[in-house]
Write a protein that binds this ligand. Structure first.
Ligand code: ASP
Length: 343
């Protein structure tokens, strides 16, 4: 079966070239011109069973410049053409790829097609690039119908030989080709000699109409507790109503120092309607409020148990929930697993 795949190039190392100031993204035209012409065919001709459409962001970026406005333009683009394609690929820098994948997963409700984010650790202009393998694997996942494989109806990251749920992924290496991992969840698929898809853990397919909720609050912070942390400036920010949400990265399974200031912070957050999403700073595992007496301060109606959510998903979910829902609705949506982001 012939399938239709939309590829959006946003920048990142995948298409970067050297300049005197360091690596910067090239244009899509430069990339296409460079992509290997083997036996007089261009790279994309090898996928004769797929009809491709290519687009680029108006300004291609190092993904350290990624932000909610760009997430909104990417999501609106996909939403506008959703019915015309079987799958979507977003070529993206690796630095913030896990944030973008998490953000997009929350923005789309009732997603029924693959949105595959990928990139590279070495530019495609480099002889040992991982970009070609990553793109080829992403084409298989997005163009699943042409290869007779299962549809993964999710925002996912395809990197090296893994497909990871987007909102479960973290960047774990700056140079390893296995650049991403999913610390608390199985991989959705492996692409080795054979393609193995873990059908039983995929988000279910749906016939409901796709919905897009695209707003994000910027009045949030990510706070990692450490021995000697002085919470007074944070309490001031809350009392000045500068913050609507805090991701609090506690020790271990939800523990905080027993000092008065952490209790004061939680009280100030209750008073000012600043939601606290409690998570762990450990790369693996989850928080369990109440397991230790040191987590007792978190027992508050204003604190949400983030369970085993990643930092990237916690932050983007909090920004998104505050952006799109009233204060009364926020706690419930944050507590619930809405896109497979937590257990
Ligand atoms: N700085 C680059 C980016 O995120 C890194 C990469 O793509 O690997 O755009």
């Amino acid at each position: 079966m012939k399938s239709k795949v939309f590829i959006l190039y946003t920048g990142g190392t995948f298409g970067m070239k050297k300049t005197k100031n360091g690596l910067v993204p090239s244009s899509w035209e430069e990339i296409i011109t460079y992509l290997p012409a083997i036996k007089n065919q261009t790279y994309f001709d090898f996928f004769s069973n797929i009809e491709f459409t290519f687009e680029t962001l108006s300004t291609v970026v190092d993904s350290s410049d990624m932000n909610p406005e760009i997430w909104e333009s990417i999501a609106k683009k996909i939403y506008a053409i959703y019915a015309n394609y079987d799958g979507f690929i977003i070529l993206h820098g690796t630095d913030t790829l896990a944030y973008s994948a998490s953000a997009l997963s929350f923005m789309f409700n009732h997603l029924n097609k693959p949105i595959v984010l990928t990139g590279a650790q070495l530019p495609i202009f480099h002889p040992r690039t991982d970009g070609i393998v990553n793109l080829s694997n992403a084409i298989y996942i997005a163009g699943y119908a042409s290869f007779n494989i299962t549809c993964i109806p999710e925002v996912c990251i395809c990197f090296n030989d893994d497909v990871l749920r987007g909102n479960r992924s973290v960047k774990t290496s700056t140079n390893d080709f296995e650049g991403f991992s999913s610390p608390n969840y199985e991989n959705l698929a492996h692409l080795e000699h054979d393609i193995h898809i873990n059908n039983h853990i995929l988000n279910p397919k749906t016939t409901k109409k796709l919905e897009l909720l695209h707003l994000f609050s910027s009045r949030v912070v990510n706070v990692t507790i450490f021995p000697g942390y002085n919470a007074a400036p944070l309490i001031d920010l809350v009392n000045q109503k500068k913050l609507e949400g805090i991701v609090l990265k506690t020790y271990g399974s939800g523990n905080l120092p027993k000092t008065r200031q952490w209790r004061d912070l939680i009280i100030a957050c209750e008073k000012n309607k600043t939601l606290v999403l409690a998570t762990t700073q450990c790369p693996n595992g989850k928080i369990e409020i109440g397991q230790y007496a040191s987590s007792e301060v978190l027992i508050s109606e204003n604190v949400v148990d983030g369970k085993d959510i990643t930092s990237e998903a916690a932050l983007t979910k909090l920004m998104w929930v505050i952006g799109n829902y009233s204060y009364e609705e926020r706690h419930k949506i944050l507590s619930n697993n809405i896109r497979g982001e937590m257990t």
